[in-house]
Ligand binder design. Structure first.
Ligand code: NAP
Ligand code: MG
Length: 403
């Protein structure tokens, strides 16, 4: 077969540890034999971030904005232990945080569904995508441990001298207080990213918060969503046959549990943090979760939801066999290649992405899988493959699909 051509480069962000090992294997075994791969490569491995004073992350984010689509490998977010391990000049910021800030984007996480890895919630049949607002609220809070009796106040002083003041509480004894904020511009970007993504996926979207209790704070989110929806998206949604609605967070939780899936659930920052772990776990495995960052202007960055799988990497370095699941990383590639194909009108590339995903799914459904899945599958006597055998098994299925 003749290799599929790509007109526009895909922005490729390499990463760290076990996922870096899988990254090159995926490219060599599953992509390059079929596609004349055209990427602009950025090495976001921690060593290179350190050498470039993290400039490489900024360059990669700018390239993402320039070309529109990127695929990213998991990367180490440095902590104290990594400072010594990699002899770092500085505790560099999380690359995901840097890219998210540059794109002003929202992260959408969705599980990959295969027969034999059954959700714990038995009526879930289609993926549930969680959209998490990634700015503010309790993540940018200030807190005071109140030592004893006294008055706590919430005060805003405008640049023009306006003062707005509310009493939080008249303390009779010790206690705690917390201040948090959000910004209309950020909420607006969040809403647009959500609506664009829903149109992309042709799926309904719900936004839920607690506006009955938080009559100004959460209500502001609700109003912004509704306002943008009415002005910019109502017609587009009707044409696409999809729906947007707002509901209370407690109602949303009840609906989710009773649903069969196949929609997007937009959450405030904290709700998204908690609910995405709940949904991921209930669907079966972190190694089967995809993640895409979408900017309000329609820039996309695809990745796996899991990290660099450090423990497996140390085993790999010692020459021991690993059985690391590459599916979410492969789906990051297919997501990015499909989107690139869509933007360029490249049907062959989109078709390739479909075939590669199908090859992953049919490999697992035929009983060949990595250890993490073998532990939870309902398929009897699964064949447990090592990291590399698993990718080779997918290659075989992919080749068969072109015969
Ligand atoms: P992790 O890499 O997600 O792995 C946690 C554990 O989950 C693994 O030890 C493994 O369990 C299991 N696991 C995750 N992915 C798997 C896969 N593909 N196949 C099989 N098992 C898998 O999280 P972490 O160990 O907490 O973090 C490691 C590094 O990743 C950190 O430096 C962190 O900063 C970084 N990180 C990056 C991103 C990102 O770039 N998006 C996200 C999260 C974390 P067993 O060991 O029990 O087999
Ligand atoms: Mg969390």
């Amino acid at each position: 077969m003749e290799k599929i051509k790509m007109n526009t480069p895909l922005v490729e962000m390499d990463g760290d540890e076990m996922t870096r090992v899988l990254w090159s294997e995926i490219k060599e075994e599953l992509i390059k034999p079929f596609v004349e791969l055209n990427t602009e490569y950025y090495d976001l491995g921690l060593e290179h971030r350190n050498e470039t004073d993290d400039q490489v992350t900024i360059d990669a984010a700018n390239a993402n904005i320039k070309y529109g689509v990127a695929v990213k490998c998991a990367t180490i977010t440095p902590n104290a232990a990594r400072m010594t391990e990699y002899n770092l000049k500085q505790m560099w910021k999380s690359p995901n945080g840097t890219i998210r800030a540059a794109l002003d984007g929202t992260v959408f996480r969705a599980p990959i569904i295969v027969k034999g890895i059954e959700p714990l919630v038995k009526n879930w049949k289609a993926p549930i995508t969680i959209a998490r607002h990634a700015y503010g609220d309790v993540y940018k809070n200030v807190e005071i441990k109140v030592p004893g009796a006294g008055k706590a106040e919430l005060v805003f002083t405008g640049e023009d001298g306006t003062v707005l003041k509310e009493t939080i509480h008249d303390f009779k004894g010790s206690g705690i207080i917390q201040g948090m904020h959000n910004i209309d511009k950020s909420i607006e970007s969040f809403a647009r990213s959500c609506f664009n993504y829903a149109l992309d996926m042709k799926q309904d979207i719900w936004f839920a918060s607690k506006d009955t209790i938080s009559k100004k704070y959460d209500h502001n989110f609700k109003d912004i969503f509704q306002d943008i929806y009415d002005k910019e998206y109502d017609e587009k949604f009707k044409a696409a046959g999809i729906e947007y609605f707002y509901t209370l967070i407690d109602d949303a939780v009840a609906r989710v549990m009773k649903s069969s899936g196949g929609y997007i659930w937009a959450c405030k920052n904290y709700d998204g943090d908690v609910m995405s772990d709940m949904v991921a776990t209930a669907f079966g495995s972190l190694a089967m979760m995809t993640s895409v960052l979408v900017s309000p202007s329609g820039v996309y960055e695809y990745e796996a939801a899991h990290g660099t799988v450090q423990r497996h990497y140390y085993k790999h370095l010692k020459g021991e066999e690993t059985s690391t699941n590459s599916v979410a990383t492969i789906f990051a590639w297919t997501g990015a290649l499909r989107k690139r194909g869509e933007l360029d009108g490249n049907n062959e590339l989109m078709d390739f992405a479909d075939r590669l995903e199908e090859a992953c799914i049919s490999t697992i459904e035929s009983g060949s899988m990595t250890k993490d899945l073998a532990l939870i599958t309902t398929i009897e006597n699964p064949t447990v493959l090592n990291s590399f055998e698993f990718i080779k098994a997918i290659r075989t299925k992919l080749e068969e699909s072109y015969k």
